[in-house]
Design a protein around this ligand. Sequence first.
Ligand code: DP6
Length: 314
Amino acid sequence: MNAVTAVAHPNIALSKYWGKAPGLQNVPAVPSLSVTLLGLQTRTTVEVGVARDRLVLNGTEVEGAATARVIALLDAVRVRAGSTLPASVTTQNDFPTASGLASSASGFAALALAASRAYGLDCDAGEVSNLARVASASAARSLFGGFVELVPGEAARVVAPPDHMDLELLVCVTTEAEKELSSRDGMNLTREASPYYGTWLTEAPRIHAELRAAVLAKDLPRVGELAEKIALAMHASAFAAGVIYFSGVTTLLYQHVRRLRARGVGAWATADAGPHLKVITSAKDAATLAADLLQVPGVLRVLRAKPGKGASII
Ligand code: DP6
């Protein structure tokens, strides 16, 4: 038996991936740039040579369709390793699962790394990232730390290290419930039914390029402004297809952040496939801002996260 444990951290996209390139193996239609988060963690152990493939997620055994992406990733690793041995996967998140906090990103990054090492593959981080991407494209970015870019058809890569610029993310948790519509289904519905999807496909790469330049220039207000703009463009395109991840609290928080900005506070908002709002700010403003956001009705907790490192074996 060969057991390997990996840890990986979720990431939050400053410029967003939404939609897939047609006919390819889960290749994003648009480029994205994310920050890997310090302080939130998935820990995954893969043990090869057990009786059958098993998945234990947060202490509970998962069966049936919910294991499909995990088994598909194990199969991809097994094909490369020339192995047919089953494996058990035990994975634990220290933050809410499947509710828009990117648990699939850290989960599949940790799984791709632990499984490739447990089956004896000696591939580099880019190849592990490609394995993770097929399971969940945002997971490709969590293999790496700091500011990470995923461009369609290429392996994910580091744009800048964690300490590159003064930036902190405040995750306003608005529910502990799992989301009703996965990002995969949400983006497929958007492609099929949104009259604005075509506009999204042309605008997203343009905003991404500006945001990337703002990150390299360490220009926090510009990064925040562009991150807020691209997140709203993504949600607008999804909304038009009836794909609504916002709750009332998400909307309240957006308005709150805009009012704060009007008073001169450096705070910008972004949201993913769930109702939580993520606020981009500088380290010096983070404590005061976190206390303020906690006062908004419906906010359960505010998690503070700085840019952190990529996935690793422990
Ligand atoms: C809104 O990576 O969860 O968080 O590849 O189908 O698993 P799949 O989708 P996923 O989508 C993430 C969407 C997003 C934006 C982002 O992280 O770039």
